[in-house]
Design a protein around this ligand. Structure first.
Ligand code: NAD
Length: 436
C-alpha cells in the first residue's frame, strides 16, 4: 500500500526530475487532526451582486474558527457566493473575483463556489454554467488544493457542508457538485462529537474502508455496530474493541439477515440511526468469461441485500432523522473492463439513492452515497502494477486516496446537521479522469 513514486517525487533527485520533466507531483495531503486549524490560511469571501448566502457563510466561518479577511497573500480558502448571477454576462463576476486571487491559494487550500440549484429555467442557465467553472478550476489547482460547487436551494442550512469542505476532512474530495436543500437539521451541541447518542451500523467493517468508517463514526461520538462475515470474526472483534463498539457476525446476503438486523437493533438499542452499506466484493472477469456465480455474488452483496435490509429497517427500526449511506464507486459511473457485474451493482447503488431520497426526507432522514476512486487498500494493492499506477496518477491529486477520506465524507452525511444533504452521490476520487 505504499506509493513508491510519491516518495521518489519528494526526494532531492525526484523533485528535480518532476520539475524538469513536468511529471505528476503528488504532494502530501493535509488531513484532519484534532485541534489543528481547519484551513492552511485565512478565507477570502466574495459575493456576486444580489447573492443571498454571504451572511450565512461569514457567520459559519466565524463559528468554525476560520479567519475571514479581505485580502491575503496566501488564502487558505476562496469562497464565492454566486447565487446572485442571473445573466450569462454576469458570469464575468466569477472571473473578477478569482482571477487576481487564485494563484496565491495555499497548498491544500479550498475553493468553494455557492450557487442556486438550477431548475431548468432560462434564468438558471448561468447557475448551470458554474459546474464547468468549478471542475476546470479543480483541474488547474496544484499542490493538493480542491474546488467544489454547492447548489443551495432556498435558505437551506449549509453549515455542516461548509465545515466539511473548508477543512482537511475533505482532502481527497475534489470538483464535486453537492446539492443542499431543506431538511431536518439539528445543530450538534459539540461539533467535535456530532454523533453523540447515535447508533451506527457499518457493514464490512473488519478491514479496509469499513474499519476506517467505524473509527471515524466512533470518533464523532457514535456507538458503532461493526458487521462482517463470520470468517472475518477475529479482525472484526479487534475493530469493535478499538472503537468501543459491538461486533456482529453476519452474512448480509443470507435470507434471514434483514430480520436478524431488525431484531438485533430493536432488542439492544431500540433502533438504529445510521446505516452504512460498505460491504462490497469484486469478482472481475470480462462478461464472456464470467461465471453465473461471479455475477450473482457481486450483485447480491453489493446491491440486492442492501435493498432488502433497507426495506426491513425502514419498517420502524431506522429512527426518525435516520441516515442511510451507500458506497458506490467510480466504476459504477464510468464502467470498467472486467467489471460488468461490479459496475452494474455500483450504478444500482446510485439508483438506490435516487429511489429512496424522498422516502427518507419524509422521515426527516437522508440517503446519500460516496463513490470512491482509487483508494489505498488491500483491494487496490492486489491490482496489476500498471493498472495500479494509472489509478493512482489519473486524477488531479496524482495519488490515491486513503480509507479515512471516504470515512470522513460518510461522517459528514451522517451528521444530524446534514439534514439538507439528501440524494447526493459524492465522489471521493481526487477528481479522477474516469467517468468525469
Ligand atoms: P475490502 O475487501 O477490504 O472490505 C470489504 C469487507 O466487506 C470485507 O471485510 C468483507 O469480509 C466484507 N463483506 C464481503 N461480503 C460480505 C457479506 N456478504 N456480508 C458481510 N460482509 C461482507 O474492501 P474495501 O476496499 O475496504 O472496500 C469497501 C467498499 O468500498 C466496497 O463496497 C468497495 O466496493 C468500495 N470501493 C472500494 C474502492 C477501493 O479503491 N478500495 C474503490 C471504490 C469502491
Amino acid at each position: 500500500m505504499t506509493d513508491g513514486y510519491q516518495r521518489f517525487a519528494r526526494s532531492g533527485p525526484g523533485k528535480f526530475l518532476v520539475g524538469r520533466l513536468g511529471l505528476p507531483n503528488p504532494v502530501p495531503l493535509r488531513r484532519y487532526r484534532p485541534g489543528q486549524p481547519p484551513l492552511p490560511g485565512p478565507a477570502v469571501v466574495g459575493s456576486a451582486k444580489g447573492g443571498r448566502l454571504e451572511d450565512q457563510v461569514r457567520k459559519v466561518l466565524g463559528q468554525s474558527g476560520i479567519d475571514v479577511v479581505d485580502t491575503a497573500e496566501r488564502p487558505g480558502a476562496l469562497v464565492f457566493d454566486a447565487t446572485g448571477i442571473d445573466h450569462a454576462e454576469r458570469l464575468r463576476e466569477l472571473y473578477d473575483f478569482f482571477h487576481p486571487r487564485i494563484r496565491g491559494i495555499a497548498a491544500c487550500g479550498r475553493v468553494v463556489v455557492l450557487g442556486a440549484t438550477p431548475d431548468g429555467s432560462r434564468e438558471s442557465i448561468p447557475q448551470r454554467a458554474l459546474e464547468g467553472f468549478t471542475r476546470s478550476v479543480g483541474k488547474e489547482l496544484k499542490r493538493g488544493a480542491t474546488a467544489q460547487l454547492v447548489y443551495v436551494s432556498g435558505d437551506a442550512d449549509i453549515e455542516s457542508t461548509l465545515r466539511f469542505l473548508l477543512s482537511a476532512k475533505s482532502a481527497y474530495v475534489d470538483a464535486q457538485v453537492i446539492r443542499v436543500g431543506d431538511g431536518l437539521v439539528a445543530r450538534p451541541e459539540d461539533w467535535l462529537t456530532p454523533l453523540t447518542g447515535k447508533v451506527a451500523l457499518v457493514t464490512g467493517a473488519s478491514r479496509g474502508i469499513g474499519a476506517s468508517i467505524a473509527d471515524v463514526l466512533a470518533r464523532d461520538g457514535a456507538h458503532v455496530v461493526a458487521l462482517d462475515i463470520p470468517a472475518q470474526g477475529e479482525e472484526l472483534s479487534a475493530v469493535a474493541n478499538r472503537v468501543g463498539g459491538s461486533a456482529l457476525q453476519l452474512d448480509i446476503t443470507s435470507p434471514e439477515a434483514p430480520a436478524q438486523l431488525v431484531d438485533y437493533f430493536t432488542a439492544r438499542h431500540g433502533g438504529v440511526d445510521i446505516v452504512v452499506h460498505n460491504a462490497g466484493i469484486t469478482r472481475d472477469k470480462t462478461l464472456a468469461k464470467m461465471t453465473e456465480a461471479q455475477w450473482d455474488a457481486v450483485l447480491s452483496v453489493n446491491l440486492a441485500s442492501q435493498l432488502r435490509i433497507n426495506d426491513a429497517l425502514l419498517d420502524g427500526t431506522l429512527r426518525t432523522g435516520g441516515r442511510i449511506v451507500g458506497v458506490s464507486s467510480i466504476g459504477g459511473i464510468a464502467g470498467n473492463v472486467g467489471q460488468t457485474n461490479y459496475g452494474t451493482s455500483k450504478a444500482g447503488v446510485i439508483g438506490m439513492v435516487n429511489a429512496y431520497a424522498d422516502l427518507l426526507a419524509e422521515r426527516g432522514g437522508t440517503i446519500n452515497a460516496v463513490a470512491p476512486g482509487f483508494i489505498e487498500t488491500r483491494m487496490t494493492a492486489a491490482m496489476p502494477l500498471f493498472i495500479r499506477e494509472a489509478g493512482r496518477r489519473m486524477n488531479s491529486m496524482s495519488q490515491g486516496g486513503l480509507p479515512v477520506d471516504v470515512a470522513e465524507t460518510i461522517a459528514w452525511f451522517a451528521s444530524p446537521a446534514s439534514g439538507g444533504v439528501n440524494g447526493n452521490v459524492v465522489r471521493v476520487c481526487g477528481q479522477s479522469l474516469l467517468g468525469a
